[in-house]
Design a protein around this ligand. Structure first.
Ligand SMILES: Nc1ncnc2c1ncn2[C@@H]1O[C@H](COP(=O)(O)OP(=O)(O)OP(=O)(O)O)[C@@H](O)[C@H]1O
Length: 256
């Protein structure tokens, strides 16, 4: 199942176009990210991958085209609104609170989703809510494989664990779609595969999808449900990993 119809999609773009002066960074890009999928976005430097995510998440406004999240037209929405709807993004360099523990980092992310200030006045409900939040945070840490690090300060974590903490924080914020920018960048091949195994497990347990930009396709392709290949602002191929590996255009882009 390589091609989506937009009903099963958490994210759909239609003819998304973005120019920077004379450069067409996105040239009529139509992409579907299926629910509960890992969708991989690959392509050489300057293909438009980062611009695509920036336009979808509201960091940049498109010149033309549409972005639909959960069938809601979010074209041109500001980033905070896109985020509060459940579309989160993690960056190449994770940004946790370094001196806070892993657990506190997750709790902070959970709270940032708009708390009712009056709630805090009612002590009993506050205590109960705090307890529920901690239980929920531990469940998330278990899912991402950080439960045994719950009391570590974030600055003590290695690159791979930091990326998973970012994922945990996004999940805590209620995200249904996570755009991950090079999740295995800076990790060794063994750990890189484990990160993708985790993502694969997370999306089978929880109702979440991943849109992943990754350069190390040798590792990433195995775990992707769907792949889009971009080159010079266009989608030049799409399909399953197997289809993509067989596609002569892809070989040409990467080798030629
Ligand atoms: N803010 C900007 N101003 C001008 N040009 C830009 C800007 N952002 C991106 N571009 C141009 O748009 C094109 C697409 O860039 P983009 O960063 O989206 O590619 P990419 O596929 O993410 O590349 P990489 O893999 O190197 O990160 C490139 O030609 C780039 O130089």
């Amino acid at each position: 199942m390589s091609h989506a119809n937009s009903n099963g999609s958490i994210l759909s773009t239609r003819n998304l176009t973005k120019r920077f002066g004379g450069v067409v960074a996105l040239d009529s890009v139509t992409i579907d990210v299926q629910r509960n999928s890992i969708t991989l976005l690959i392509g050489p430097n300057g293909a438009g991958k980062t611009t695509f995510v920036n336009v979808c998440t509201g960091v940049l406004k498109p010149d033309y085209g549409k972005v639909l999240f959960n069938s809601i037209d979010i074209t041109g929405w500001p980033p905070y609104k896109v985020y509060s709807l459940g579309f989160a993004r993690t960056f190449q360099i994770p940004q946790p609170f370094r001196s806070l523990t892993v657990l506190d980092n997750v709790l902070v992310a959970m709270k940032s989703r708009g708390e009712n200030p009056l709630r805090a006045l009612v002590k009993r409900s506050w205590v109960r809510e705090e307890k529920e939040n901690i239980e929920k945070a531990f469940k998330i840490l278990e899912v991402v494989g950080l439960d045994s690090y719950w009391d570590w300060e974030a600055y003590k974590l290695g690159a791979g664990h930091l990326k998973m903490l970012e994922v945990a924080r996004a999940l805590a914020s209620g995200a249904k779609l996570l755009a991950l920018d090079e999740p295995i960048g800076g990790t060794d091949p063994g750990y890189a595969s484990r990160i993708f195994e985790r993502l694969s497990k997370i999306r089978s347990i929880l109702d979440v999808s991943f849109l992943v930009i990754e350069h190390r396709i040798d590792i990433a392709l195995k775990y992707a449900d769907n792949v889009y290949v971009m080159d010079r602002g266009r989608v030049v191929a799409s399909g399953t990993s197997v289809e993509i590996l067989k596609n002569p255009k892809v070989a040409e882009i990467y080798l030629g």
